[in-house]
Design a binder for this molecule. Structure first.
Ligand code: GUN
Length: 286
């Protein structure tokens, strides 16, 4: 069988259309939603991601503030900038692009962000709320994946899901979101034994390794009619690739996401949605 493409660009556009309407409503209440981004250093991939996020904000009428910081900035200096953004009433969302240079501590940085402005859902406060099914701000890539299931009316109840990632940004939030929809979730990682066998038994495989030299998800590793969500994006032989070759996997899967044009656009769309949520939260609090 040849499966159905889960078109991230199309689904992201439907999210953006809804966000645009919400932006207009907020503006009628004199709230001008604004996202502040912080980019430390000159990692070209990170610079591209941040540029894309600004462009998407522009498209839906969200204002942006752009902080490009020297690669050698200290933790104290970065903390000061985050503190300023936390107390700036015109800023509703704060995104510090990851990864950070080695001298900076990722946890110290992201947990410094006010939970009300934490559009990445990375603060201990918001991560904890997610585990208790009470989160307003959830990490963008995981919520984008859930939006894709919803768009295609894929009922997750009772599904066996293999998740190949355990990061704070992808695997852990996805685990909670899937569990909340009554899926059975197995979180795998580099030290998991019998990964191929586990994948072969899964109804859904969500993969986010991002290094083709270490891992490729191939047709023989999934069961007929499985759903494959490819969260990874990396450069391999001068091409942007995921963990799977879409043209290969779609011949056996019932649904699959391409790379590029799959999960990537969803991450950006959900960031816009979170910024609107953060702007609404701030208006309720004053
Ligand atoms: N780097 C790669 N993905 C992300 C993301 O979703 N948020 C942040 N802050 N950094 C990232």
């Amino acid at each position: 069988m040849t499966g159905t493409k889960i078109d991230g660009k199309l689904i992201a556009q439907s999210v953006k259309d809804r966000v645009k309407q919400a932006v207009n409503e907020l503006k009628k209440q004199d709230i001008n939603p604004c996202l502040a981004t912080v980019l430390v250093g000159d990692n070209p991939a990170s610079a591209t991601y941040v540029r894309n996020k600004h462009k998407a904000c522009d498209e839906v009428g969200i204002a942006t503030k752009d902080h490009k910081l020297d690669a050698n900035i200290t933790q104290l200096e970065l903390n000061k900038i985050i503190d300023e953004l936390n107390s700036d009433k015109s800023v509703h969302g704060i995104l510090v692009q990851l990864p950070l240079p080695d001298q900076l501590d990722e946890f110290a940085t992201t947990s410094r962000i006010s939970p009300l402005k934490d559009v990445d859902g990375l603060t201990p406060h918001n991560a904890g709320l997610l585990a208790m099914k009470k989160a307003a701000l959830v990490a963008c890539t995981p919520s984008g994946v859930m939006e894709m299931f919803d768009f295609h009316d894929i009922d997750l109840e009772g599904m066996n899901v293999v998740l190949i990632n355990r990061s704070n940004l992808v695997g852990k939030p996805l685990y909670h979101l899937l569990l909340q929809e009554n899926a059975t979730v197995l979180t795998c990682h580099s030290r998991t034994k019998n990964l191929t066998e586990l994948c072969q038994n899964a109804d859904i495989v969500i993969t986010a390794v991002g290094d083709r030299n270490k891992f490729t998800l191939t047709q023989d590793m999934i069961k007929e009619g499985a759903i494959v969500i490819d969260v990874a994006i990396s450069r391999h032989n001068d091409k942007l690739v995921g963990d799977a070759d879409y043209d290969d996997i779609i011949q056996k899967a019932s649904f699959a996401t391409p790379v590029p044009g799959g999960v990537g656009p969803m991450t950006v769309a959900m960031l816009l949605k979170n910024t609107i949520t953060a702007a609404s939260l701030s208006s309720q609090i004053g």
